[in-house]
Design a protein around this ligand. Structure first.
Ligand code: ATP
Ligand code: MG
Length: 434
């Protein structure tokens, strides 16, 4: 048994010994029934937050107004939330008020999907008023109650529906799919951080291609709160329009050879392990430029480091594609010099997932490339300036780049004397402005 689960049950029993009702709830109950590894364990209880805080030694008041206290136990964090009901979602994001209630069933009613609306008691009973176990057996994403109403209350649920369907390879029931299409404009009311976190989880999950298919086909992406580059919206919209002519029930993760470019590129996403390379592969498949890729990452609030990495690979891919040549390519060398070794490595792992030239073949080629940046040249700028008897200036940067190319293409060995000699020759044959 999962140590998370055992520890969670201990907390439930402790609450019960103090006279409160308590259950394990939410994703952990679902994941345990599915035999998936647990990553967080949530508890619902009749105890009020103040009472929970008295009962446990190490607690953090993480969401008192919603009734949530985080309890640290055995080095793990558990969210213990008082049974509650939510009412009035006038902004399609969050309830206008929460009310504490006495029955776990009333708490389950506020939850999004039937498989997320089950409670597990310390005696092993499962409280499952909406048929969550049936949904798991049938492999369907089913809302608690009316899908259109539930998505109208909190538009993020549309993305959660897609994430769970893609992650579990479940079917979105027709009413759920129709409710997503009907409510897609409400996504504009959801904070971009929440949207982005869902999309990012989808990209890192088990069904990134299926998730993107649903995101594009539903038209959700045209309805993000933040300014998303036109090219991204257009590519998604084009996919949606194309998909109208595909047979819905023929969709199953296997793509026909005649599928459009983006559709077949989606099939490559699960071949990549690194989620950021899935992002780059997606953007490349959508025909997004480096600049638009960077703008999208920024809009989605991905870290600057991730944004630069993703945009770099997209840019390098764009540059290489423009050469349209066979391996070992000249354009590849220029692209490596422009983007550097790290981006090049990412690029070859990405393309190795689908190209006829394997990543191994390319990494061998990259490894034998004597230099990929000016800092790897065995001569310094000041040494060059001295040798040539000139003051450092813009000419020097130009000269270093020239030497970089000569070494990269094997015309000059990467040795100090040879480089100084080549610099002298260059200086004589080419005009360098002082
Ligand atoms: P995972 O943690 O694997 O992504 P989860 O179902 O545990 O999935 P959490 O965000 O951890 O998702 O939420 C825990 C539980 O809270 C859910 O199982 C669900 O019952 C409820 N819940 C979370 N978000 C919503 C929402 N937007 N609307 C309704 N209920 C929600
Ligand atoms: Mg969870």
């Amino acid at each position: 048994e999962d140590p998370w689960w055992i520890e969670g049950l201990e907390l439930v029993r402790k609450l019960e010994r103090s006279g409160y009702q308590a259950y394990l709830v939410g994703g952990s109950v679902r994941d345990r029934l599915m035999g998936r590894p647990l990553h967080d364990v949530d508890i619902a209880t009749s105890a009020k937050p103040e009472e929970v805080m008295v009962l446990f030694e190490k607690t953090l008041p993480t969401g008192l107004q919603h009734g949530t206290v985080t309890v640290m136990e055995g080095g793990r964090a558990f969210e213990i939330t008082t049974f509650r009901q939510e009412t009035g979602y006038s902004d399609a994001r969050r309830p206008d008020s929460v009310t504490f209630v006495h029955d776990v069933r009333d708490d389950l009613a506020r939850r999004d999907f039937t498989f997320n609306a089950m409670a597990f008691g310390s005696d092993g009973t499962i409280v499952d008023p909406y048929g969550g176990q049936d949904a798991l057996r049938a492999g369907v994403v089913q809302c608690v109650g009316n899908a259109t109403e539930r998505f109208g209350e909190d538009a993020l649920r549309m993305l959660r529906a897609i994430r769970f369907a893609a992650e579990f390879e479940f079917e979105l029931l027709p009413d759920v799919w129709q409710a997503i299409i009907g409510n897609r404009a409400k996504l504009r009311q959801v904070a971009i951080e929440r949207v982005s976190s869902e999309w990012d989880k989808m990209m890192a999950g088990r069904g990134p291609e299926q998730a993107c298919h649903y995101l594009f086909k539903s038209g959700l992406l045209g309805n993000l709160k933040e300014e998303i580059p036109d090219a991204v919206v257009h590519a998604a919209e084009q996919y949606r329009l194309n998909s109208l002519s595909w047979e819905w029930d023929k969709w199953g993760g296997a793509f026909s050879a005649s599928a459009d470019g983006l559709q077949s590129q989606l099939a490559n996403l699960p071949l990549l392990i690194d989620p950021d390379l899935r992002w780059t592969a997606l953007l490349c498949g959508m025909g997004i430029s480096e600049e638009d890729g960077r703008l999208l990452c920024r809009a989605l609030r991905l870290s600057g480091k991730r944004a630069e990495r993703i945009a770099g690979v997209v840019g390098m891919n764009e540059q290489i594609a423009a050469y349209d040549e066979e391996f070992p390519y000249e354009g590849w060398t220029y692209a490596v010099l422009d983007y550097g070794r790290a981006v090049a490595l990412d690029w070859l792992v990405m393309t190795g997932a689908w190209d006829t030239v394997s990543a191994d073949e390319r990494s061998e080629w990259l490894a034998q490339l004597p230099v990929t940046s000016v800092s790897e040249l065995n001569v310094r700028g000041d040494e060059l300036a001295n040798e040539l008897g000139r003051r450092p200036g813009p000419w020097l940067a130009e000269m270093l780049l020239r030497l970089l190319e000569e070494v990269a293409f094997g015309e000059v060995p990467n040795e100090k004397l040879a480089l100084l000699e080549a610099a002298r020759t260059d200086m004589e044959s080419e005009g360098y402005d002082g």
